[in-house]
Design a protein around this ligand. Structure first.
Ligand SMILES: Nc1ncnc2c1ncn2[C@@H]1O[C@H](COP(=O)(O)OP(=O)(O)OP(=O)(O)O)[C@@H](O)[C@H]1O
Ligand SMILES: [Mg+2]
Length: 254
């Protein structure tokens, strides 16, 4: 076989990781008279590396996270009262193994969504299936979908190892359909012992009010809180800091 034919055979065999670096590895082996087994091992590693990165990429896509946020980008000095240790504890992902939930509640702009997204991204890197949902937008979309689409959406909220419900009750009241979805998802995930992270800038005492049904609020909260950590985010808005910085910059340019 020629090099070209070998490459084609590798692609037919779906060994595109080896195919992609074959040229390099051949030259490398010739240049150093590497033992065959060493070259072979390097080529297998190339294939493993490519499969791993493709899987990770696919998991990230499935998660619907749009950014790869990390806790490394987070400025802990800005709001010194944030529960830093609890955030890092969450980031270890032990809670997923334990089927525990996390409720991140507190003031706007303090980094609740940032922390939730960073933990969710870490989970995709560690091989967990994740689904990130902007709660209000998603519930509105759900209400407009056909029954078949709704069934698929529900599945997608229930199946993954970790569900993130971001900015729950941002618009205070959610529709009756939204409330029912929330109830169904929380109940089903509770039965499966699979984790949810909720972020909200509404105190939990008011949730019943936003659901329009106090009993529903209680049954949802009951299940969410049964195995849960509660993180309170007190402090000032980072968005305002960023806006102030932009204004100052503009003023300098004037
Ligand atoms: N301490 C911080 N260091 C760096 N960036 C931060 C910090 N806090 C917030 N941010 C950034 O500020 C923006 C707003 O934060 P985020 O969306 O996480 O706030 P939130 O608590 O979810 O607010 P809301 O209750 O309005 O949803 C984001 O771009 C986030 O990355
Ligand atoms: Mg948020």
């Amino acid at each position: 076989m020629t090099l070209n034919e070998i490459e084609r055979a590798l692609r037919d065999l779906r060994l595109s990781g080896i195919a992609a670096t074959l040229n390099t590895r051949v030259m490398q082996a010739q240049s150093s008279q590497q033992p065959f087994l060493e070259t072979f091992a390097t080529m297998l590693q190339d294939e493993l590396d490519r499969r791993h990165s493709r899987l990770t990429e696919r998991r990230f896509k499935h998660s619907k996270l749009e950014e790869r946020l990390t806790l490394g980008d987070f400025d802990w000095r800005f709001n010194p009262k944030l529960p830093r240790q609890a955030c890092f504890e969450l980031h270890t992902l032990k809670f997923i193994g334990e089927g525990a939930n996390a409720l991140i509640i507190g003031k706007p702009g303090t980094g609740k969504s940032h922390v939730a997204k960073a933990v969710a991204y870490q989970a995709t890197l560690q091989g967990h299936e994740v689904r990130y949902v902007e709660a209000d937008t998603e519930f509105a979309r759900f209400a407009l979908s056909t029954p078949a689409e709704q069934a698929a959406m529900l599945n997608a909220y229930v199946e993954p190892d970790l569900l993130v419900l971001d900015d729950l009750f941002l618009a205070r009241r959610i529709s009756d359909t939204g409330a029912e979805v929330l109830q169904s998802v929380v109940h089903q995930r509770y039965k499966r012992r699979s984790s949810i992270i909720v972020t909200s800038n509404r105190v939990v005492q008011d949730w019943g009010k936003y659901l329009g049904d106090a009993t529903m609020g209680t049954t949802i909260l009951d299940r969410l809180m049964h195995r849960a950590v509660m993180l309170e985010f007190e402090g000032k808005s980072y968005r305002l800091k960023e806006a102030a910085a932009r204004l100052a910059l503009n003023a300098d340019h004037d």
